[in-house]
Design a protein around this ligand. Structure first.
Ligand code: ADP
Length: 202
């Protein structure tokens, strides 16, 4: 498997902006959020398992996952979240591993908002945190998603605290300026990862 860099950051920190930049440099990006949606698509074994665990109501008439009904169920019955995660987490992990193995770039990026929370950092040799103040996170995420500050604050509160992520990450980029400023800080890291990936080659 290629050298893997795990990219993380809280909501609105600029993870997607950073991963798009790496992609523009020819780096293969596996996005854990995308994988999480793929593994519950119609016809996927995880969807069948969810149906078996919860009942037919989790499916829409067209056979797709009724995300809204499942989300509401989990909200009311917190132990159901564990059952769901026991199905989805291993499926997400295997799919991530498979996709990382297909990466044809000098190193690969695993972008995941929950890199540390879900132990996906174990799949990476190095981790990079895109960091921003809570104020900036709220401002950017509410502009992007049209959600109010309270909703964003709730999401931030459910994620690993910023200080803890700062402690765990190997590299940190503070995204508190313009996007060009972000890219300027990513460039030397990209070069470092290229060098580290080269070193890892047999
Ligand atoms: P995340 O993926 O971490 O939730 P995004 O990369 O989607 O965050 O960034 C949130 C929003 O803020 C997006 O609309 C993005 O274009 C914008 N953004 C990110 N970084 C900057 C920045 N340095 N300057 C201005 N806008 C930014």
């Amino acid at each position: 498997m290629a050298f893997v860099v795990g990219l993380t950051g809280g909501i609105g920190s600029g993870k997607s902006a950073a991963s798009a930049w790496f992609e523009s440099q020819g780096i293969a990006v596996v996005d854990a959020d995308v994988v999480a949606r793929e593994i519950v698509q119609k016809g996927q074994p995880a969807l069948t398992q969810i149906q078996q665990a919860f009942g037919g109501w989790v499916l829409l008439e067209n056979g797709e996952l009724n995300r809204r009904a499942l989300r509401e169920h989990i909200f009311k019955a917190p132990e159901a979240r564990k059952v769901l995660e026991q199905i989805t987490h291993p499926a997400i992990r295997s799919s991530i591993i498979w996709q990382l193995q297909q990466a044809a770039s000098p190193y690969a990026l695993l972008a995941s908002p929950l890199l540390f929370e879900t132990n996906q950092h174990e799949l990476a040799q190095r981790s990079l945190l895109i960091d921003a103040s809570e104020e900036l996170q709220i401002q950017r995420a509410s502009q992007r998603d049209g959600q109010n500050a309270e909703q964003i604050k709730k999401i931030i509160a459910a994620q690993m605290p910023r200080a803890q992520k700062q402690q765990r990450a190997d590299d940190i980029v503070l995204n508190d300026g313009h996007l060009d400023h972000l890219y300027l800080h990513l460039q030397p890291l990209h070069e470092k990862y290229l060098a580290l990936a080269k070193k890892q080659l047999p």
